[in-house]
Design a protein around this ligand. Structure first.
Ligand SMILES: [Fe+2]
Length: 364
């Protein structure tokens, strides 16, 4: 690297205007054609027949559908199995066709259409198609962010990886940090801490969790039956307790499944988290930054570029939608701004008192 360091004068410079990626819809027909193409190619060495959905505004370094989220369409033919891979990215997956078996670390579970699971980082994952149809899944991860930071760890020989990603039974073990006593500075909580606190942080048990569609879907009737006057969203978060107050499915993303009744129109709002919707059933329309989009079953919609004003509406039958949004990432960064209506204040969720819906009134 021969380029010299430069000093860039930013004195008095205005803040950079943000370049919102426009809303785009990858149509069901395109997804199905790509699935067939992936099924027709020679089996790759790692067993992963996969295409990454690339937004037209993405400038890399890897394909991505939102600036911090990649979505891959991953296909396994009957009898095929992917080879184990370990990555420090984490994510969420949904099976959209076929059935099979997922092994993550020591955990194994069967999956079928519309099952969702999270993939913790640094755990080898293997997916096996033991059915008669293609096994197709949508795989969402935070790899684009890690690639931008040039720290995406990917190991295709995970036997060599020492980390188990599991919480050690350390509760009653001696910890070096116990000897590094905190030193208060001032009266408001500032402290000095020794190095031991940096390298022995509190742990959470980060498990692969599984939300089978047959268990989730009956609950969606509850939100589907809620009246149109409900000011919240007709959805459930697929909550992973390892994400604690960040209310995620993976450390970076939440996945929600919404079931909107017919004729539901959300109020225009915005949030710094970016959202990608997969339409599982039904159809509807959106307005995003003034741009209109129509979508229907099987489409994949980049539905909310961060901080873009948007709203979504179901049509005459309602709709069921998987949304993946990088909301927990922003809570961890104290950057989750949220404006629930265009007349509402801009809240910083996680420190400001949050938004109150009319749930208790409509349940009376
Ligand atoms: Fe939204």
């Amino acid at each position: 690297m021969n380029n010299p360091i430069t000093l860039v004068d930013v004195s008095g410079k205005p803040a950079r205007e943000q370049a919102f990626w426009p809303t785009v819809v990858l149509r069901r027909a395109q997804i199905e054609a790509e699935i067939e193409r992936l099924a027709s190619i020679d089996r790759p060495a790692d067993g992963r027949r996969a295409s990454s959905v690339n937004h037209p505004m993405n400038s890399g370094p890897i394909p991505a559908f939102a600036p911090g989220i990649d979505v891959q369409i991953v296909v396994l033919k009957p009898g095929e199995e992917s080879t184990p891979v370990v990555r420090n990215s984490s994510g969420v997956e949904m099976c959209i066709r076929g059935s099979g078996v997922v092994t993550i670390g020591s955990k194994e579970f069967r999956i079928e259409k519309f099952d969702v699971w999270n993939t913790p980082s640094m755990r080898p994952q293997v997916v096996r198609n033991d059915g008669n149809d293609l096994l197709v899944r949508l795989s969402y991860s935070n790899a684009p962010l890690l690639e931008r930071l040039e720290v995406h760890f990917v190991d295709n020989a995970p036997d060599l990886v020492a980390s188990t990603g599991t919480v050690a039974a350390a509760a009653d073990q001696h910890r070096a940090r116990d000897a590094a006593k905190p030193i208060p500075i001032g009266a408001e909580g500032a402290q000095l801490l020794g190095y031991e606190w940096l390298v022995d942080i509190e742990t959470v048990d980060s498990k692969a969790l599984h939300w089978p569609w047959k268990e989730v879907s009956p609950h969606l009737q509850t939100v589907y039956n809620m009246e149109l006057g409900y000011t919240g969203r007709h959805l459930y978060v697929l909550y992973n307790p390892a994400t604690e107050r960040r209310i995620g499915t993976s450390p970076s993303f939440f996945a929600t499944i919404a079931k909107l009744p017919a004729g539901k129109v959300d109020r225009p709002h915005r949030h710094t988290s970016a959202a990608i919707n997969y339409i599982m059933w039904g159809h509807g329309r959106s307005s995003v930054n003034g741009q209109k989009a129509e979508w229907e079953e099987g489409d994949l919609h980049f539905s909310a570029p961060g901080w873009s004003i948007h709203n979504h509406a179901s049509r005459e039958q309602g709709c069921t939608v998987l949304t993946v949004q990088d909301h927990p990432l922003h809570i961890a960064n104290e950057s989750l701004l949220w404006q629930e209506t265009l007349k509402s204040p801009i809240l910083k969720l996680g420190t400001d008192f949050g938004i109150q819906t009319n749930l208790s009134e409509i349940q009376e």
